[in-house]
Ligand binder design. Structure first.
Ligand code: ADP
Length: 450
């Protein structure tokens, strides 16, 4: 049974159930029909015997039967017996060969060999002493012959019905399981061909399996996207790491051959230092992003004052106060956030503001509550971002254009900013105009207690 497919198992189960139901139905029909037939036979017997009784008279010591008297009518045989139980008139059916005592007015079942009869006796008194017994006999409907005929028909019909039920239920189940087969086939082909672009592709329907197929398609799509982005990420990360490594290697080889003075060697060492710093920054950023993404280092949310966090961060970082302006209110602005992650987000945005703001550019930080959101804006009057690049800058390793890579960025800052916003149940928006400036806004949900 374990190796039988689910389809076959359901079909077998349904067939068995139907067979059982059909048998129960058959038994029920047999019982009801027997009861109805017995009822009819009894009433026929009673009517015939009563009618014959009315037609029976004794005139001058002789028995006289009316013209409506019938010895055999509606399957009922009528017999007339004397007071001493001697048969006076009528013919006993051949199959009725038992000595049955007379009981006035009681219909009963009498077995005779294989057959059963319904018997009704009525005593017809004639004068003080005399009288006759009128006996009616009818074959009982429970005669095996009747049941046997019925069963014979049922035995022919039942297997046909069962076969039909088996095929019918298998066909219905097979049809219903169709999408599941497609899902399995697609999953297998993805597995074999290592091709995540394949889809089940069933027309949208409301049944459970079609919905499952649609869910699988979405899943395959998400898997494909995340697989592609992982591939891209690995390629970008190795490319980004290869650059400083080759610069360091080149610098070492050059220094070995050509650096003679202490200044020249110092210059090479500082360059190697810068490249090593860049690598270390890249690796640590990648690590924290992966940890956050995979939930290794999840956000530890606390109730904190956003204004306070921004103020102390700016003091700690010792930003140029002539170029950084805080637009914070005195009262507290409570948020549910991880202080370390939120500080990192603000830091990334402020540093970008300075980096892409030019030497005289300024940066403004404002925090506000609007409707059901807490907004933290980091604004600059820098170079701005062209509209076609505004979606792309959030991607890992994306840098707006080559001139900007001179700023020494590695293209992970904003990707991390967005990831941190999402880890807080929030999101980022950007408004930017080229050569006017940019506004990066963090939208956070208002914590429940406030
Ligand atoms: P990085 O600064 O290391 O290059 P980011 O992810 O922080 O990487 O930013 C991605 C790109 O978005 C930057 O290369 C830059 O071109 C653009 N960008 C980010 N912030 C600003 C800003 N305030 N003004 C203009 N361009 C910006």
């Amino acid at each position: 049974m374990k190796n039988i497919s689910v389809k076959l198992r359901i079909a077998l189960w349904l067939t068995l159930l139907m067979g059982l139901l059909a048998m129960l139905l058959l038994a029920f029909v047999l019982m009801i029909s027997k009861m109805a037939a017995t009822e009819t036979a009894m009433s026929q017997l009673s009517q015939t015997v009563q009618s014959n009784l009315r037609q029976t008279k004794m005139i001058g010591g002789f028995l006289e039967l009316g013209s409506d008297f019938s010895f055999y009518r509606n399957g009922v045989s009528t017999l007339i017996y004397s007071r001493e139980k001697a048969l006076l008139a009528g013919r006993i059916p051949i199959s009725f060969d038992v000595e049955e005592s007379f009981q006035n007015g009681l219909t009963r079942v009498v077995s005779s060999g294989d057959e059963k009869f319904l018997v009704l006796d009525l005593w017809l008194p004639m004068g003080w002493e005399e009288g006759v017994w009128i006996r009616g006999l009818i074959e009982a409907p429970e005669n095996r012959r009747f049941t046997f005929d019925f069963l014979k028909v049922a035995l022919v019909i039942m297997p046909a019905f069962m076969v039909l039920a088996a095929f019918g239920s298998y066909w219905i189940v097979k049809k219903a399981f169709g999408p599941l087969d497609s899902i399995t086939a697609t999953a297998m082909s993805i597995n074999e061909a290592q091709d995540l672009s394949r889809r089940v592709g069933l027309p949208p329907k409301k049944d459970e399996f079609s919905q499952l197929a649609a869910t699988f398609d979405e899943l395959f799509q998400r898997l494909e996207r995340s697989f592609e982005s992982e591939k891209q990420f690995a390629a970008d990360a190795s490319h980004e790491l290869r650059t400083p490594v080759s610069v360091i290697k080149g610098a070492c080889e050059y220094a070995e051959k050509f650096d003679e003075t202490a200044e020249e060697r110092q210059e090479t060492i500082s360059m190697i230092h810068r490249q090593a710093d860049r690598m270390s920054k890249l690796i640590s950023q990648l690590l924290s992003m992966t940890r956050l993404e995979q939930g290794i280092d999840p956000a530890h949310l606390e109730h904190i004052d956003l204004n306070e966090l921004v103020r102390s961060l700016c003091e700690d970082q010792a930003y140029d106060t002539c170029r950084l302006f805080l637009e914070l209110h005195e009262e507290k602005l409570m948020v549910s956030a991880d202080p370390a992650l939120l500080s990192r987000l603000v830091q990334n945005l402020v540093e970008n503001g300075f980096k892409y703001g030019g030497p005289d550019g300024s940066v403004w930080i404002a925090a506000n509550r609007r409707d059901k959101e807490i907004l933290l804006e980091v604004r600059d009057n820098g170079i701005g971002i062209p509209p076609e690049q505004q979606d792309k800058i959030w991607r890992r390793f994306y840098r707006a254009d080559s001139s900007r890579s001179d700023e020494g960025g590695i293209g992970l800052g904003l990707s991390m900013v967005r990831q941190i916003a999402q880890a807080h149940g929030g999101y980022m928006t950007l408004e930017s105009v080229v050569r006017v400036g940019s506004v990066f806004t963090l939208h956070l949900p208002v914590p429940e207690e406030t």
